[in-house]
Design a protein around this ligand. Sequence first.
Ligand SMILES: *Cc1c(COP(=O)(O)O)cnc(C)c1O
Length: 378
Amino acid sequence: MKQPTYVTRPFLPPLEELQPYLEQIWANRQLTNSGPFHQEFEQALCEYLGIEHISLFANATLALVVALQALRITGDVITTPYSFVATSHSLLWNGIRPVFVDIDPETLNLDAEKIEAAITPQTTAILPVHVYGRPCDTRRIQSIADIYGLKVIYDAAHAFGVEDEDGSILRDGDVSILSFHATKVFTTFEGGAVVSPDAKTKKRIDYLKNFGFADEVTVVAPGINGKMNEFQAALGLLQLKHVDEALKQRAEIDGYYREALKDIPGIRYLSLPDCSRRNYAYFVIMVEPEYPISRDELYDRFRKDNIFARRYFYPLISNFPMYRAIPSASKSNLPISSASADKVLCLPIYPGLEEAALERTVHVIKGGAKCLTTRNPN
Ligand SMILES: *Cc1c(COP(=O)(O)O)cnc(C)c1O
């Protein structure tokens, strides 16, 4: 029986490296509330990522919800339907209405050229996603935001470590949100962060994630409990020591797929993003009409071979029941997103992925390419 292969598998350091961290936690008994590892991890992340201000969270969804509150976002927010549900859910948790704008067919990021047409007097912000760790058109988005007086909150859940010619893309916009969930390139099991541009914004976010406490007796806002604990922070410090190796292995797998899949009719993959440091978070193929079998047939063939490819992002956020009735959620407003969601398939990519599993993955795709069955036109 073949081992199941998933699109991702967390990269964990040797267990004995965790021992000293645990001993320290057991010795000082500080388990949460901005303990020593929490402080050290914030510092270490700032250095590693090339940023100035970061606030750690229990997860990225809480980080998104709190960031929107900290910036006092209300009304309508322009966002992409082509993302994980948490992006739009964070708006609903703040009583904000998402306004869906279509994506660019090459980058699958929010199409900056379509933002202006969606701005109304109720629009207060733009919430784009650096999908698969590929930077958005941050300059164009910022220039639109400047003209219309909008805030920009980047969902950078996929973008750990990504840099363009200006350095970390986490410095773009008003704030950026990272996820350290188990499925992401860098993990603290569960975890997340808000990257702020200045100390004042960070302070407000730190109050909000700790019930609104400014000091022992002062509560300045109706905050929530979004804190990261010492165990997560210790895991993060340990993971940071190994993340470069993990990214290197991802780069090698990405290169392997690009070579092996380059001449298969009907299989397209995204070009390498134009940036000075990439994280190879996902390897994404598009199953085009020329391919003899459909995307879902290919997905089923993978499953039969114990390879669990994923359809990120299908269904679109705009198709879920709590969003469907919003006018901008209509398929006619989102043709590129809708077509992309029907074609996309994410392939296994993670440190330690065995060569045999990689070969099997390519073999299944090549097998599908030789299929003579006529494609179901639906
Ligand atoms: C994973 C993810 C989130 C949510 O992150 P959690 O840490 O699991 O809450 C939000 N947005 C995107 C784009 C994601 O991929």
